[in-house]
Design a protein around this ligand. Sequence first.
Ligand code: SF4
Length: 90
Amino acid sequence: MGNEATLVGAVKTEQGVELKGVLMQPVVDKCEGCDRIRSFEGENFCSSYPNPARKWFDGRCNFATHIKAESGKSAKVNPLKASKRAAKGR
Ligand code: SF4
């Protein structure tokens, strides 16, 4: 592999890919485009979290580098909810 960022220090074990004794889960779809993705043995992993899926489970990953601009804190303003609230307040 060329200049691609690789997961430094990762090892392949029977359980899967481990980094410093922690089993790594591959990144999820939502991670695509994030600068923290590291490739290892043809799979992509996160350099910040061993389990990206869990990172996204209850919202968005707070370390994601690719979506911060559009869906940072302002993402909490859900247009649908806002309009419902407005309707209620009538
Ligand atoms: S930092 Fe978050 S979005 Fe980026 S690869 Fe890791 S888990 Fe995915």
